[in-house]
Each structure stands twice: as C-alpha cells, then as structure tokens.
Design a protein around this ligand. Structure first.
Ligand code: GLV
Ligand code: GLV
Length: 330
C-alpha cells in the first residue's frame, strides 16, 4: 500500500475540513489552540508533503526551504501576503487561498462596521450596560445617517462588489476606485461610479478598504490621503492593517479631521494602538471578517480540496494564486 501524504496544519480548523483531509492524508495538527511557533513550523514541515497555514503564520523563504518535500502551501484565508509566493513559485509549489467563499461574509461585516460607527452602537451599548440610560433624550447618541450618503469603496474586487450591492439596498450613492476600471455597462449593473483615489476620499462619507496587501497597497492611506477626507467621514478597514498608516490614522482622529473609524484589521496585529482603544469614536473588532460558521466551514473544505487535488489526485490546485507554475503542463 502506498504511503499516505503527510500534511502539517498549524492550527485546528472546522471539523468538516479535517474530516475530509483525514480520509486521504495523514494530518499533523498543532495540538494547542495558539499560533504555532516559527521553529515548530520549520521543524514540523521537514518531512511533510503539504502545509496548511493561517494568515498570521509567516511563511517566508526560510520556512519554504525547510519543507524539502512540500508540494502545496494552502493558506486558510483569501489574503496571502503572509506567504513568500515568489519563493514558492521558484520551487514550483502551488500556493492556494480561499477566494469567493468568504466574500459575502466579509461584506456583511463591512456593513456591520459602517452601521456601528455611524450609529454609535458600541458606545451606546456600553453606556446602557453601565446603567447610564435614564430615558429617551433628544440629544442622546446622535449619529449619522447612512441612507443618501456616499460610500467610497477602495478596491473593487469580489468583496468590494458585494459591499456595493448592500449599499445600493441601503439607499447609498456608491463610488469606487480600483486600478482597473469596469466597463460602463458593469458600472451601471453595480450602480457605481468610478473616481480616482483622491476624489473618492474627498467625496465619500464612508470610505471602506477592500484591497489585498502588496507592495502597491502598503500604506496606501497616508496622512496626506486622510487629510483629503471630510471632517464628517468614517474610515472602515476590513482588508489588511498595513494598507493604512495607523499612526497617521490616530493623528487624524485625535485632531478630529475625520469623524471616526471602524477597524477589523491592524497594522501590527494582535497589537492595537492604545489611542485607538481610548477613543470613543472607534469601533474595533479582532480580525473577524470571515468569522461566520458557514464561511469558515467552506474555507476549510476549500483548503482540503486543494490539498487533495495536489497530493492525492496529483493534479493542479484549483485555487493556486501562482498558476504560472503550471505553464509547462499539457
Ligand atoms: C482574512 O483576512 C482573509 O484574508 O481571509
Ligand atoms: C474574496 O474572495 C476576494 O478575494 O475578494
């Protein structure tokens, strides 16, 4: 009997994904519910055929080199900025992600954050729990309307588009910026208008970020960009923390140059700037964009399908982000 492929998983995932994997491969799973240390990943990957990792596992060239037999690196996330894809490509190792299955879930969270920031939900909830609610009052927790306002979407990929569809339902005007402009027909279909980044920042009441993190998007939102925003506007980030210069964001909030922000991601996760925590006009959640039971199960199954396609069926990874490794295939 042929030996079953061995796969290292850096942290337990939803069971349906594990069950599917265990039918085909031998799984070596981090037994602790904490991130696996770099040394443990490097040590653990030595004799494995595949690696399943998380967005907070840094899989750089050194880690990849340690996995002499590794034939797939499957990231349990849509974003894959944690992986040195070039190093993997050099060794013809497919790197896979989980696109599509978390699109709507992440767009839902974007809306939860827009609504929470605009209507001061977190602040108001805290107020009530502190037993400060003494009855209806004309000036109690006045927030901002969402309907009839302008939503600016930076990055019009799958998630950006899913956010646009929700915004249409909320009666918002939607503008977007993306390096690739849609056709006029597609813009009409999505009910959106194109703006360059600066114009979007000047016009939008709510600016939400849906770009992947890469060299082009690192610190895309600087002090200068924040200065273009309206004093009444909000910044929402569910993409990656490093897209925004967090120190500049803190300054803009302190100087009241924008009204508030809602963040799911941070520049130095899990560290969160103390100033952000102390300000009342920030909504802060711990990177839960894709955190629904439904999405996380689909992501786990997708990871499993990619691993099985490569290690068991000896085929292509359906969700390789570096498909150029297959160019020589016929
Ligand atoms: C989450 O942040 C993801 O990229 O899936
Ligand atoms: C979501 O799946 C995205 O990649 O935008």
């Amino acid at each position: 009997m042929a030996l079953r492929p061995k796969v290292l998983l850096t942290r337990r995932l939803p069971q349906p994904g594990i069950d599917l994997l265990e039918r085909h491969v031998d799984m070596f799973i981090n037994p602790f519910d904490i991130p696996m240390s770099r040394q443990d990943i490097i040590g653990g990957i030595k004799d494995k055929d595949g690696l399943i990792c998380l967005l907070n596992d840094k899989v750089d060239a050194e880690v990849i080199d340690a996995g002499k037999h590794v034939k797939i690196i499957a990231n349990y996330a849509a974003g894959y900025n944690n992986i040195d894809v070039q190093a993997a490509t050099k060794r013809k190792i497919p790197v896979t992600n989980t696109p599509g299955v978390l699109t709507e879930t992440t767009a839902d969270l974007t809306f939860a954050l827009i609504l929470s920031a605009a209507r001061r939900i977190v602040e108001a909830d805290k107020f009530l729990r502190q037993k400060s609610f003494k009855g209806w009052a004309p000036m109690l927790f006045l927030g901002r309307d969402i309907h009839n306002k302008i939503l600016g979407i930076i990055g019009f990929g799958r998630i950006g588009r899913a956010v646009a569809r929700r915004a249409n339902g909320f009666g918002m005007e939607v503008i977007y910026y993306d390096p690739v402009r849609l056709s006029r027909d597609d813009e009409d279909t999505y009910g959106v208008k194109y703006q360059d980044l600066d114009d979007l920042l000047k016009q939008a009441d709510f600016v939400c970020i849906h770009v992947p993190l890469n060299e082009q998007t690192y610190h895309m939102i600087t002090k200068e960009k924040l200065a273009l925003m309206k004093g009444s506007s909000y910044l929402i980030n569910v993409a990656r923390g490093q897209v925004v210069n967090e120190k500049a964001l803190v300054n803009a909030l302190q100087e009241k140059r924008i009204a508030g922000c809602a963040l799911d991601v941070f520049e130095n996760e899990p560290k969160v700037e103390k100033e952000l925590i102390e300000m009342p006009n920030t909504v802060l959640v711990p990177h839960i964009g894709s955190a629904s039971i439904e999405a996380r199960i689909k992501m786990a199954l997708m990871v499993a399908e990619n691993v099985i396609a490569v290690l068991v069926e000896k085929g292509r990874a359906p969700n390789a982000v570096n498909p150029e490794i297959y160019e020589e295939w016929h």
